[in-house]
Write a protein that binds this ligand. Structure first.
Ligand code: SF4
Length: 241
């Protein structure tokens, strides 16, 4: 049976057909193919030579790997302590971030700052980055291809920071870091592991969601307490050794 006929039969039977996704256009030569560090997802590319902070920032500022470079105002690299123990990862720049070049500004950003303060941190104590460095038009969800193109930058940031803990903020961050499509409500409340270093990862709601659903703030407080407990265990483990 030819593949077109087979596809039509399967569609008529209500069976969803999985099709291998082609490598994104940004997967160029000169890079080494590796699995997605957090999930075993194949096809993402990490260059052999890791850049330092300045090189990495310059690469991002001049990046044209995906079409988002055509509509961005500024790239949003990341901000904070480059030796932080806590790495906060959100989804993608919104309108305010695109204008200011900094992640988590505006109302949602102020709420994240309050969340961190409740956990005993100021913004300058942690590092804050996003899955994507450029704003998707109209704040739409990032496409898998855009995430794949941009993933290398985040991976280098993680390698340079070597955080003790990752806090994945919101659905897009959680899904892409954990290669999962479960709801945030089912991913939060437990400790995941990310990458070869098995970095503890805690999922919580995005502050933009909390602005719409303030009753969920209690759950975010529970998530932050979980993150604090994981971090304290790590510090206690170092002290004991
Ligand atoms: S989103 Fe990432 S991959 Fe796409 S142009 Fe911006 S920096 Fe490059």
């Amino acid at each position: 049976m030819n593949s077109r006929l087979q596809t039509e039969y399967l569609r008529a039977m209500g069976i969803r057909q999985w099709v291998a996704r082609e490598a994104p256009a940004c997967a160029e030569e000169g890079r080494v193919a590796v699995e997605h560090p957090g999930s075993g997802r194949p096809g993402l590319k990490i260059p052999v030579a890791a850049p330092d902070w300045n090189e990495l920032q310059q690469q991002v500022e001049s990046c044209t790997r995906c079409a988002l470079h055509e509509t961005r105002t500024r790239t949003v690299f990341g901000v904070g302590n480059r030796e932080a123990d806590w790495l906060i990862i959100g989804e993608a720049p919104g309108r305010d971030e695109d204008r200011e070049g900094e992640p988590f500004v505006g109302r949602a950003g102020r709420l994240l700052t309050e969340m961190l303060f409740a956990a005993g941190y100021q913004r300058k104590d942690v590092y804050i980055a996003n899955i994507l460095k450029c704003r998707p038009p109209n704040n739409r969800d990032p496409s898998p291809e855009e995430v794949a193109c941009c993933h290398e930058y985040l991976e280098h940031q993680i390698a340079l920071i070597r955080p003790v803990l990752i806090l994945a903020v919101g659905r897009i961050a959680a899904h892409n870091l954990l290669n999962s499509d479960l709801q945030v409500g089912r991913l939060r409340g437990r400790v995941h592991r990310y990458g070869e270093r098995q970095i503890p990862l805690v999922v919580t709601y995005h502050p933009a969601y909390l602005l719409r659903s303030p009753l969920e703030k209690r759950k975010v407080w529970e998530d932050l307490q979980l993150a604090q407990a994981v971090y304290r265990d790590h510090i206690a483990g170092i002290t004991d050794n």
